[in-house]
Design a protein around this ligand. Sequence first.
Ligand code: HEC
Length: 224
Amino acid sequence: MPRIITYTLCIIGLLAILPLVIIARNRAEASTARPIQIILDMDLQTKFKTQSRNELFADGRAMRQPVTGTVARGEAGADTHFANGVVGGNWATALPAQTPLTPALLARGQERFNIYCSACHGYAGMGDGMINRRALELVTNAAGPVDGTVWVAAKSLHDATVTPQPIGQIFNTITYGIRNMAAYGTQIPVADRWAIAAYVIALQRSQNANLQDVPPPSRAGLGL
Ligand code: HEC
């Protein structure tokens, strides 16, 4: 074989392992350089740093002011009634001024209760919602709890420990949760939480009413 071919083959052979050597070295060494990305996904995109310009807004500022009327957590000021359900250090016993008792408020409360609470507590608040029923089925399975299910039953809202609670305390339970029940403060706006609390009180009253609570013209229709 002519020498020139032997040398050429040697050089090609050496060059061929070069990429492998470079890859091996790069894989073994830490680097601060940006990785080579073939598909960028959303790793690289426009962003605005503190105090920078953004022509999208009329004032040219990338940093925005809070929306008018925003109240930061813990900065509710003196209005602890509306924000926390507390008046003078005690649970509020009435609705705050922002959400007066109206048929519309109770209707809203009923709708929101049915969406957020009935799954566990049941439509009438008896603690017999569908999730609760299904979970009880799983834990009382004859062969032992399915997949190690653990369940704390949703409380009946007509329980003797719940009915004496002032509306502010119900509002607080919805807002911050209680023991095994999760908090709904971030999901449900504050006015809707008051609407739900009012509806819970109405539900409790509905299970503990007497004939005097029914307006006289409607009593005849009750068949009592
Ligand atoms: C995922 C199931 C679930 C949902 C949804 C749920 N709860 Fe509960 N709730 C529970 C459980 C469980 C308890 C009992 C907690 C315990 O005793 O550990 C409870 C307890 C309560 C209590 C009694 C608190 C006390 O002082 O003992 C009230 C009042 C209540 N829930 C209201 C609501 C309202 C109003 C909603 C809707 C905004 C709601 N819950 C949504 C599971 C739920």
